[in-house]
Design a protein around this ligand. Structure first.
Ligand code: ZN
Length: 335
């Protein structure tokens, strides 16, 4: 329990409680020392995984024994508060972490410890092995939207701030997931991530230009497997797909010359001459559009929420460009 000061540590005189500078404080009448109460710094870590689950530890000791909370503990003299957050995280849960950002500083008056300044950091898990450690009987992840009652009100506050901060990002990721259900959210960052200064559309233009052959080959594999009626003419189709990708690339670049319709009309005529069914051709073009994103996601260039958001916008532009390609190919086919 919170300890009361009885004697002055400097002259051993019993202290008295008096109003000093507008507040009741301990005072030594003999040596005139005023004992100011300062909050103790406490560091806490909020670690959230890709499933939007928060790492909690179950307290082994009082106060709040048996209750769950974020990994938390006192910062020591000479220790950075951030380092204390990482140390407590590892000691209590076995998880090693990296500081992402400061989430909240909350000053509370606690019955057990007195005045505390609880500093909570967002931390990304970066290794270690999840197991309950010092002062914890259990450590596990709970859905951020369905947490058990937390020991510290400051933890509740920090979780709320965290949710408010990520709400938009999660909404964007969910739209992305709806758009590309096969791939899941693009959360991983590869080592060769392009500089984040460059626009995603520029990155995409470069990727389509550089990897046109690779994208076409994996698309061809999918068409051969999925649309048997086209399998006999893959060479011609691959050549058309290269032209289509080039058209998409030029459309994204917004080159000054108008979108070159003639090459697609010509491709359409060609495809009719070969006797390939039009619905299957349009199907293959839908796969072609998808193949661009399969490739981009495979390259793991999408990392930040902004990039995911740009992806949705870019996808709309690509859909528009493919609509024109489809139209001109159909035009040539029917003509
Ligand atoms: Zn004294």
């Amino acid at each position: 329990m919170r300890k009361q000061r009885v004697y002055c540590p400097y002259c051993a005189e019993p202290v008295v409680r008096r109003e000093v500078e507008g507040k009741a404080r301990d005072l030594c009448m003999r040596c005139s020392t005023v004992f100011y109460e300062n909050p103790l710094p406490v560091a806490s870590a909020i670690v959230v995984n890709e499933q939007r689950e928060v790492l909690l530890v179950q307290r082994e000791k009082e106060p709040y024994r048996g209750m769950w909370c974020l990994p938390i503990g006192f910062a020591e003299t000479g220790e950075e508060v951030k380092d204390a957050a990482l140390r407590e995280l590892e000691e209590e849960s076995g998880v090693k972490g990296k500081i992402v950002r400061l989430i909240d500083v909350d000053t509370v008056d606690n019955d057990f410890y007195g005045s505390l300044a609880i500093v909570t950091y967002e931390v990304r898990a970066a290794g270690g092995r999840l197991r309950p450690g010092d002062d914890a009987t259990d450590a596990r992840y709970f859905s951020i939207f369905d947490l058990p009652p937390l020991a510290w009100s400051s933890n509740d506050k920090a979780v709320k701030i965290y949710i408010d901060m990520y709400r938009d990002t999660w909404a964007m990721m969910d739209s992305f997931r709806q758009l590309f259900p096969d791939f899941g959210p693009p959360h991983t960052v590869s080592q060769d991530t392009p500089s984040h200064g460059s626009l995603l559309s520029n990155i995409l233009i470069k990727i389509i230009d550089r990897d046109r052959e690779e994208i076409t080959r994996s698309w061809a594999g999918e068409v051969e497997d999925g649309i048997p009626s086209l399998a006999a003419c893959m060479d011609v189709l691959m050549e058309i797909n290269r032209t289509v990708l080039q058209g998409i690339q030029e459309g994204l670049e917004q080159k000054r010359q108008p979108f070159d319709r003639e090459r697609f009309v010509e491709a359409g005529r060609n495809l009719r001459r070969l006797g390939l069914p039009l619905p299957d051709i349009l199907n293959a073009l839908a796969l072609s559009r998808k193949s661009i994103w399969v490739h981009v996601i495979g390259k793991k260039i999408l990392s930040s929420p902004l990039e995911i958001y740009s992806t949705l916008e870019l996808n709309n532009r690509i859909i528009f460009l493919y609509d024109r390609v489809n139209y001109h190919i159909t035009e040539g086919y029917m003509g």
